[in-house]
Design a protein around this ligand. Structure first.
Ligand SMILES: [Zn+2]
Ligand SMILES: [Zn+2]
Length: 348
């Protein structure tokens, strides 16, 4: 089968790889919907510290598909089932794992990160992922391409739970790539009264308006601070979410929080450039919370799937391209050029 691969030290290739064989406690999933993530293109650009020199993996961790083979000792899953697969599974024994947070396990494994992922016709699901509940049957009627976005939405759910975004509040979202747009959609679904969305790219500001932003702000043309304070009568926002990997945004976002405001550091920053200076007195006297999250749990994944299937979070404005899996190379060309929003591959 053809696959989008990354080899540590050698780089990216679309190449033929063997179809995976499964053991008695594993299943095979035929990929029907799989999205390209910023993490995939980041691995291609800078490598991954989770891979050994010379190790080659199939990329892709955001995926749904059809169960096409089931090992003899696997219970509860049948050939033909439509499933989504949450990508991270843990050791099963540590403090994070027993809380159901495999995404925080120090010893986690993930499809397309340290083992073969979904940018190919088939992906093998190991026993550990099956018994930890990573494989979940899709709600009826949900489109493959939309369901493929359950994983990124699960990360956004986890983040917004971390800042307790409530109905009626004002939220400021920096960065309107696919993740910032999913934040916009979820904030709108939660009932945020005002969503101020910030990005320097006009087409992303348009997408944010379609996703429910009430104010869009072009940061290449105007001061974010001045505009946010004007929009909020000088009070600031209840929640600020930094979904752009820019260190200078972090202290600015802190200054724009109203009393009791919460800041979510959602985007990772470039290694070695992640130190920022925050005003401790601002946090102290204004009773602020500064939080960060990465990834989502299996429970978040299931909640994300339900939201997408019910179109309470309608992810269609986030999908800029849908291509057949046979066009892996074209899809990666688009992604690596930084064009468009979410690029989804669909199999038949
Ligand atoms: Zn991803
Ligand atoms: Zn663990």
């Amino acid at each position: 089968m053809m696959a989008a691969t990354y080899e540590q030290g050698k780089g990216f290739a679309v190449a033929a790889v063997p179809e995976p064989d499964i053991g008695p406690d594993e299943i095979l999933v035929q990929v029907r919907g799989t999205a390209i993530c910023g993490t995939d293109t980041k691995i291609i650009r800078v490598g991954s510290r989770r891979l050994q020199p010379g190790q080659r993996i199939v990329l892709g961790h955001e995926f749904v598909g059809m169960v096409s083979a089931v090992g003899a000792s696997v219970q509860g899953l049948a050939v033909g089932a439509r499933v989504g697969v949450a990508p991270n599974f843990g050791c099963g024994r540590c403090e994070a794992c027993i809380r159901g947070l495999a995404n925080m396990c120090a010893d986690y494994s993930a499809f397309g990160i340290d083992r073969d992922g979904s940018h190919a016709a088939f992906v093998k699901i190991p026993a550990r992922a099956i018994v930890q509940g990573n494989v979940v049957e899709l709600p009826t009627g949900v489109a493959w391409a939309e369901a493929a976005l359950a994983e990124p939405l699960s990360c956004v759910l986890n983040a917004q739970r971390g800042v307790n975004l409530a109905a009626g509040e004002t939220v400021l979202i920096y960065g309107l790539g696919p993740m910032g747009l999913l934040h916009t959609l979820l904030a709108a679904a939660t009932g945020a009264a005002r969503i101020i969305a910030v990005d320097p790219a006009a087409h992303r500001l348009d997408a944010a308006r379609a996703a429910g932003a009430t104010v869009t702000l072009d940061s290449s043309r105007e001061s974010v601070s001045t505009r946010v304070l004007a929009e909020t009568g000088g009070r600031g926002v209840d929640v600020a979410i930094v979904a752009a990997p820019v260190a200078a945004i972090v202290p600015e976002a802190l200054t724009l929080l109203a009393p009791f405001g919460r800041l979510c550091l959602f985007a990772g920053l470039v290694k070695g450039k992640s130190e920022v200076t925050l005003d401790a007195n601002a946090i102290h006297y204004r009773n602020l919370h500064v939080t960060g999250t990465t990834g989502g749990s299996n429970a978040d994944y299931r909640a994300a799937l339900r939201l997408i299937a019910a179109r309470r979070v309608d992810v269609r404005p986030v999908i800029s391209h849908t291509l057949p899996l046979a066009q892996l190379r074209e899809a990666y060309d688009l992604a690596l050029a930084g064009q468009g929003l979410k690029i989804v591959l669909t199999g038949e």
